[in-house]
Ligand binder design. Structure first.
Ligand SMILES: [Zn+2]
Ligand SMILES: [Zn+2]
Length: 404
């Protein structure tokens, strides 16, 4: 196996866009011709997200909400189109300006600069994309297994479960105390946090005023059972299950292959969380915060039912974000200069370009360290250009190995 830099220096460096078969003809004309396709690919990629968000709000939908959803859809698609066009433009032009490709100006630098187009987007979209990309990068680190600690985490489902339990406690407690942003599997009961300890009478959990505890737990589990089932069916129909049994193509084969991992995980998660919350509130009415942390922590055990690396990585990202938001809220009036400086650093704006650059670099040059999520995002957003470059590099690598 040749080192990547040596391989690049010998096989890619001195080629042109045309000889490398990145595209035919003039670079600028190619970009102009491809732009509508980039836009089309992005509008297509974000369509399901738009439809789901409209469906979820269908019950109390009005004109304003519909317009808001459509605006968000257009924003996602157009900003990502701008990012892909800039990357394509820079890939060609950095080559033309410098006279050769360089390992880091080939994909990495164009992606880092292209990602700056994301500043055109709203904070909400930037947050969503940064979370996804950081998650992708953590997954890549787990796949690369560079140092013993990462190898230990990647191999041990017990350690992952324990970390997931901690993340679950941090995220849910953050949501309860400060209503922190970001999607999580379930939302804590915010109403309950408003009632003071003094109002508590023993043997009553006061988490839900009108229904009984059993009813409250049952309703939660029923809702998440359906959400999980829908998720599992969607996953298997779109072919994203990890272990699709071979020789079972077609709809019937896919239906046979439905795995109920997400359904079991979500139902058990909400069930244990609500049960413990109710139970502990009745038993120890004085320690509301401790009760909540304990229920969220123990509910995290459900990760063991269906351990999925992408869920684990998402939980890590979300937990760090929650801690950061809590720190910001609690120290918003701090007089400490260093703290104020640290809280003012726009980590999101720094992280997004770096993570995008790293993801694109990996998918084109080292796809073996690339998780399926990274491949899906980068390919769909760039109209499969990432896949195109990846194939070119793979073919070159194969030729080199044959010669050796
Ligand atoms: Zn070119
Ligand atoms: Zn209850």
């Amino acid at each position: 196996m040749v080192a990547l830099s040596k391989f690049f220096y010998e096989n890619v460096r001195n080629q042109s866009c045309q000889s490398l078969k990145l595209h035919d003809g003039n670079c600028l004309l190619y970009l102009l011709k491809e732009t509508p396709y980039f836009a089309l690919a992005n509008f297509k990629y974000f369509l399901p997200i738009c439809v789901i968000s409209i469906l979820m709000k269908l019950r109390n939908m009005n004109k304003q909400k519909l317009r808001h959803s459509l605006q968000y859809y257009a924003e996602c698609s157009l900003v990502c189109t701008a990012v892909s066009c800039t990357i394509q433009f820079l890939m060609c032009n950095l080559r033309n300006v410098m006279g050769h490709f360089h390992l880091y100006t080939f994909i990495f630098l164009p992606s880092v600069i292209g990602a700056c187009m994301m500043n055109l987007a709203s904070a909400r979209l930037r947050q969503l994309l940064t979370t996804t990309l950081v998650q992708c990068n953590i997954q890549s680190f787990l796949l690369r297994r560079r140092n013993p600690i990462i190898r230990l985490i990647a191999d041990s489902k017990h350690l992952q479960t324990f970390s997931f339990m901690l993340c679950s406690a941090v995220i849910l407690q953050g949501k309860l105390l400060h209503n922190t942003e970001g999607f999580w599997l379930l939302e804590p009961n915010l109403e309950a946090s408003k009632t003071k300890d003094a109002n508590y009478t023993s043997n009553k959990c006061q988490l839900h005023s009108e229904t009984s505890c059993t009813r409250y737990i049952y309703e939660g589990m029923q809702k998440y059972f359906l959400v999980g089932l829908a998720l599992d069916v969607a996953k298997s129909l779109t072919g994203k299950t990890e272990n699709i049994v071979k020789n079972q193509s077609g709809i019937w084969g896919r239906i046979k292959n439905i795995r109920i991992g997400s359904m079991a995980l979500l139902t058990a998660y909400v069930g244990i969380y609500r049960f413990l919350n109710c139970f502990l509130r009745r038993k120890f009415p004085q320690n509301q915060n401790h009760n909540h942390i304990a229920s969220a922590f123990i509910a995290g055990l459900c990760y063991r039912i269906s351990p999925q690396t992408n869920l684990f990585c998402y939980a890590l990202v979300q937990a760090v974000r929650t801690l950061w938001s809590c720190l910001k809220i609690e120290h918003s009036n701090s007089k400490n200069q260093i703290m104020r400086f640290l809280l003012g650093v726009p980590f999101e704006k720094i992280l997004f370009p770096l993570t995008l650059g790293h993801s694109c670099h990996l998918i084109c040059l080292k796809p073996e360290y690339c998780c399926p999520l990274t491949a899906s995002v980068t390919n769909n957003v760039t109209n499969y250009k990432a896949n195109h470059v990846q194939n070119i590099i793979a073919k070159l690598k194969q030729n080199v190995m044959q010669v050796e």
